[in-house]
Write a protein that binds this ligand. Structure first.
Ligand SMILES: [Zn+2]
Length: 257
């Protein structure tokens, strides 16, 4: 906050290098915006505390008729559970798939109403609230309780996001393992990258859009290999996920989990 003032004082005093303060402070803000795990604007959940060999599999961008039923079938085959971060517009289009996810014992999270992947980081408070509330409205209209978890499109965030999430009792979820499954066209490499970061309490980022065949193949390989390693994919409870956080009690008391 002091950066513009300091820069002005130094430049006014003939210290041109004072411009660096402004440059560096803007660079820091940009990094916090673009790097999903950086917490400069508020808490981002990237892992949870556990001694068991478990991880939280999170699957973004559904529901989609070309992938969701297969994903559910694979999870069932390997006795795994996941949280699907859904896009509200697609939930409205495929309500039966959303209900299928829940009926199979999985959980859902808020991944905005329209998934504005390229503009989310620069949305103002009104547009952000519209995206978040739009999703909640869609979910509520299906008679489903609104979830506690929110994931930003492409993991980007700005200073307006956390206050909006806080007033709605939502938590921002990031990740600690990803295989770049929307970009790498080799399922073996995707699994290898995920497993490289996998420890107890890891949050895995996965997608069910773009490269759907490769993603499904990678998911099956990951599930198969983790079964051999006796590593379980679960949906942790809100308490497990928020352990050590003072506001856990508040959230649980309000029943928003
Ligand atoms: Zn997404």
């Amino acid at each position: 906050m002091l950066a513009p003032f300091l820069t002005f004082m130094l430049v006014a005093a003939g210290r041109i290098w004072g411009l660096w303060i402004l440059f560096v402070s803007h660079l820091l803000l940009l990094m916090v915006t673009l790097v999903p795990s950086l917490q400069g604007f508020g808490p981002v959940l990237t892992k949870y505390c556990t001694k068991a060999k478990t991880a939280w599999l999170t699957i973004d961008d559904g529901p989609d008729p070309s992938t969701t039923p297969q994903v559910i079938a694979l999870l069932e085959k390997y006795d795994a559970h996941a949280t699907f971060f859904l896009i509200g517009e697609k939930v409205a289009k495929y309500p039966e798939l959303t209900l299928m996810i829940l009926a199979a014992g999985h959980a859902i999270g808020n991944h905005t109403q329209t998934h504005p992947q390229f503009s989310f980081w620069r949305l103002g408070p009104k547009a952000l609230a519209r995206e978040i509330d739009g999703f909640e409205g869609t979910i509520t209209s299906l008679g489903i309780a609104t979830p506690l978890w929110f994931r930003a499109p492409a993991g980007m965030k700005n200073p307006f996001l956390h206050p909006i999430l806080a007033t709605r009792g939502l938590r921002l979820v990031g990740w600690s393992a990803r295989g770049y499954d929307t970009r790498i066209a080799n399922s073996g490499k995707i699994v290898c990258r995920i497993k490289r970061s996998l420890v107890s309490g890891t949050i895995i980022l996965f997608h069910e859009r773009k490269q759907s065949e490769i993603c499904l193949k990678a998911l099956e390989q990951l599930l198969r290999e983790l079964t051999v390693d006796r590593f379980s994919l679960i949906v942790p409870t809100a308490k497990e996920l928020l352990t050590g956080n003072e506001s856990v009690g508040k959230h649980l008391e309000r029943g928003s989990a």
